[in-house]
Structures are given as structure tokens and as C-alpha cells.
Design a protein around this ligand. Structure first.
Ligand code: NAD
Length: 444
């Protein structure tokens, strides 16, 4: 099949590369000219395990192509267009649809034969109608009557495991009322589910809601466990025992019940906000979602609160070693990362921070306030242990693998005093305390 993917970010590039890997010819389009130039040189805009070889091999084989606009005739060779542009939160929390609708208009300005337009971006219920109207509008301006269908196909990949998730999806959700579209989408995804069928066909609005309900459910689990961890902290209970105790209940399960520094990233925060906004538009007060968001906002301050409680509100003479900047391991994504709030709090109190992240340091350098670097208050350090020399404490924020089982003797020798703040409950408090460390976790 010939496909065009519009938007070449985390979702668009993975989608394009994985469809190309299955033998399709895919053109990935992005308005970011530099991103496309780099992709032509084999330089990827994002870090995602396993993605680079898939992109490079398929590019070399001519199955994966890159263009900066739909004006490139390559991008109009097929009749399936997947929209995978960003849907960031607007000022009122609603999903900002400007990029999705711009992509729709771009499609409407160019198509000349039957086309299938696939909404892969996460979009509020009712967006497919807006996409349809935008395309229709452009066709009208061209005085053309071109048949087309708009289908909702939300993406469920996880950053850090995006290629694996795309190649072996738990489920593929397709929202459409058309038998013709159903057949095409089935054909497109069939190679990804050779061993058993995992496609769920449903209505367009149901597919749009499924994506939000899924992310909101996961965010709810995280916020719930963070809430319990705060209670544990106050009652002398170790939340890690509680986590094992409840996770073993198959009705609850172990995933997404890790207490920590709050959820971040480009999806959960904005999708919960957008769902709250959708509820308000229906004059409905979403009590659970409000609480999920409020707990998460508060949770981002729990770790810095513990550090300030230990060292005082004036941190001008303090240096901290920070392990982890990305919002979770396996990605360079810094969007809404809890490390941002922690840094704001510590630097705001006058501290200096030396930070290391295995892959997110270039993104941090680009995205964090330049003044933090120019003032010398934040330094990014290429080697994890170099963050610790003369530091008052080690703070763990992202549980990358090299941070999970570190050399504690070395840590003790480097630190000014053996103090560890473990924002992800990676270490055993009893072992560390026996080794002479002052240990603080979340809910322990
Ligand atoms: P991203 O910001 O990484 O990428 C979006 C890309 O779209 C950018 O490169 C941008 O330049 C490009 N773009 C914007 N307008 C364009 C236009 N008119 N034509 C062509 N390109 C254009 O975003 P992302 O993280 O890939 O997310 C994309 C969508 O997928 C969002 O709706 C998001 O909620 C959803 N989603 C993301 C993830 C994730 O883990 N990142 C997972 C599932 C769903």
C-alpha cells in the first residue's frame, strides 16, 4: 500500500517506519524543514529504542520517504493519509486542533480521487466531523467533488517502547461506519497481528473517546497510588509492601501503581486536561478526573518538599546531584517531566544542581530555561557519578537502568554527606540505612 503520514514526531515517525517495515511505501511529511533534512541524512529527531535501524533501512530501500509538504508529488501517490501532528493543550486545557485542521486543509487542497483520512493524533470526540468539514471546505473552493472518508485510529504506543508496541499492538482501534474503510484498515494492520486478531472496530466517536478513557484510566492508577503513598508517609507504612500486596490481586495488577514524582510526558497531562474540558463543555463536573489532576500537580512538589524540609528553604550553599531528566526511562522526551518542577523548586531556593540523563541531556539543554545554564545553577554532566562530587545529596528522578543498581560505595565517597532522595523507590531503605546512608523515598 502507499501511505502518507503527516507529522513526523514520536507517533508519525514510528508509524511511518513500521508501516514501511511491513513492505508499504510510506511518505512522511513534516513542516519542520530541518527535521526532514536531518532524516534524509539519517539523523533522527527523537530517541526511541530500535527506531534508527528501521528508519535507515527502509529509507535505503526506498520504502520510507520524507517530504516537507504535500506539494511533493510522492506524497500524493497513495490515497491513505494518516494525520499524526501534535494536539497540545490550549489555554483552557482543551486539545488545540490547529495542527490537525491545518493538515486536513492541506489534504483538501490536494486530493483528486477517493481518499481515506486517518486521525492518528489524539483528538477530542467530534474531531473527525471537523476534519471532514475542513477537507470539504477546501474541495468546495476548488469546485471539486471528491469522495473521501475520515476514520479515527488512535495510537496507543508508549514512548520508550514505541517500535515494539507498534509492531506488536495489544489492540488496534478503528472508528468508522464504512465497510470499505474497514476493509482497507484491516488490510493495513493485518501484518501486525498474524498470530491473532486484535482489531476493534467501532464508531468514530467511540474510538476518539477510547483513547482518552485509556490514558485517563492509567493516570488515575498513578494518582491513586501517589495518594496512598502520601498517607503511608504520614503513618509510618512502607508503600512498596502495599504495592506488592495489592498488585498481586489480578483485578488490580502491577502496572501503573508505582508511586513517584507524578506523571508527565506529552500525553497523560494533556489528555486528562482535555477530557476534563470535554466534560465541562457538556456541563458535567468530572469529579474523579479533577482529583487525578490535582493529586498529580501536588505530587510533583513532594520530592522537592522533602529536600527543603531536610536542608531548609535557603539552599544557596547547597549542590545536588540529579539522576534523570526525561519524564520516564527510555525516552528523551522532556515534555511535562517532573524533573522540571523539581529543578524550578531547587534552583528557585538558590541551589546548584549537576544533572545527568543517559539520553535526554540534549533535549534538556534545548528546552529548559537558558538562564539556568548561563547562571551556572544547572550543569549537565556527561557521566552519572560526576554529578555527585561534593554534592549534598543524590536525587533520583528517572529510573533509567544504570541508576537502578549503582555503586553505593562510590556514591558515598563522592557525596559530601551520604544522603539519597529516591523519587522512584528504586533502592532498599534498610540496605542503604545499614550502609550508612540517610535514605528518603516516596511513601516509605
Ligand atoms: P510531536 O510533537 O513529536 O510531532 C508532531 C509533528 O507534527 C512535529 O514534527 C510537527 O512539526 C509536525 N506538524 C505540525 N503541523 C504539521 C502540518 N500541518 N503538516 C505536517 N507536519 C506538521 O507529537 P507526537 O508526540 O508524535 O504526538 C502526535 C499526536 O499523537 C498527538 O495528538 C499525541 O497526543 C498523540 N500520541 C502521542 C503519543 C506519544 O507517546 N508521543 C502516543 C500516542 C498518541
Amino acid at each position: 500500500m502507499k501511505l502518507t503520514v503527516i507529522g513526523t514526531g514520536y507517533v508519525g515517525l514510528v508509524t511511518g517506519a513500521c508501516f514501511a517495515e511491513m513492505g508499504n511505501t510510506v511518505t512522511c511529511v513534516d513542516v519542520d524543514v530541518r527535521k526532514i533534512e536531518n532524516l534524509h541524512k539519517g539523523i533522527l529527531p527523537i530517541y526511541e529504542p530500535g527506531l534508527e535501524p528501521v528508519v535507515i533501512n527502509n529509507y535505503k530501500q526506498g520504502r520510507l520517504r520524507f517530504a516537507t509538504s504535500l506539494d511533493d508529488p510522492m506524497s500524493l501517490e497513495g490515497n491513505v493519509f494518516l494525520i499524526a501532528v501534535g494536539t497540545p493543550p490550549g489555554e483552557d486545557g482543551s486539545a488545540d486542533l490547529q495542527y490537525v485542521l491545518a493538515a486536513a486543509r492541506d489534504i483538501g487542497r490536494r486530493i483528486s480521487g477517493y481518499s481515506i483520512v486517518v486521525d492518528k493524533s489524539t483528538v477530542p470526540v467530534g474531531t473527525a466531523d471537523k476534519v471532514r468539514a475542513a477537507i470539504q471546505d477546501e474541495l468546495k473552493k476548488r469546485s471539486l467533488q471528491v469522495p473521501f472518508d475520515v476514520v479515527s485510529n488512535p495510537e496507543f504506543l508508549k514512548e520508550g517502547a514505541a517500535v515494539e508496541d507498534f509492531m506488536k499492538p495489544d489492540r488496534v482501534v478503528i472508528g468508522t461506519d464504512s465497510d470499505k474503510v474497514r476493509a482497507v484498515m484491516h488490510d493495513l494492520y493485518a501484518p501486525f497481528m498474524r498470530n491473532r486478531e486484535r482489531i476493534f472496530f467501532m464508531g468514530v466517536k467511540e474510538a476518539e473517546m477510547t483513547k482518552y478513557a485509556g490514558n485517563a484510566m492509567l493516570a488515575t492508577k498513578i494518582s491513586f497510588m501517589n495518594e496512598i503513598s502520601n498517607l503511608c508517609d504520614r503513618m509510618g507504612v512502607d508503600v512498596e509492601s502495599v504495592r506488592h500486596g495489592i498488585g498481586s490481586d489480578s483485578r488490580i495488577g502491577y502496572s501503573f501503581i508505582y508511586p513517584g514524582a507524578g506523571y508527565g510526558g506529552s500525553c497523560f497531562p494533556k489528555d486528562v486536561k482535555a477530557l476534563v474540558r470535554m466534560a465541562h463543555e457538556q456541563n458535567f463536573d468530572p469529579l474523579v478526573l479533577n482529583a487525578v489532576e490535582a493529586r498529580n500537580e501536588a505530587q510533583k512538589y513532594v520530592l522537592s518538599g522533602k529536600i527543603i524540609k531536610r536542608f531548609g528553604t535557603d539552599l544557596r550553599n547547597h549542590v545536588f546531584g540529579l539522576w534523570g531528566l526525561a519524564f520516564k526511562p527510555g525516552t528523551d522526551d522532556m515534555r511535562e517531566a517532573p524533573s522540571r518542577v523539581l529543578l524550578e523548586e531547587l534552583l528557585g531556593a538558590g541551589a546548584r544542581v549537576k544533572a545527568h540523563d543517559p539520553v535526554a541531556m540534549p533535549a534538556a539543554q534545548r528546552e529548559l530555561p537558558a538562564e539556568w545554564f548561563s547562571s551556572g545553577r544547572l550543569e549537565l554532566v556527561p557521566q552519572q557519578y560526576d554529578t555527585l562530587s561534593g554534592a549534598d545529596a543524590l536525587i533520583l528522578v528517572t529510573e533509567w537502568k544504570p541508576f537502578r543498581h549503582p555503586d553505593f560505595d562510590r556514591i558515598r565517597k563522592l557525596l559530601k554527606q551520604p544522603v539519597i532522595f529516591d523519587g522512584r523507590n528504586q533502592y532498599d531503605p534498610a540496605t542503604l540505612r545499614a550502609a550508612g546512608f540517610e535514605y528518603t523515598g516516596i511513601g516509605r
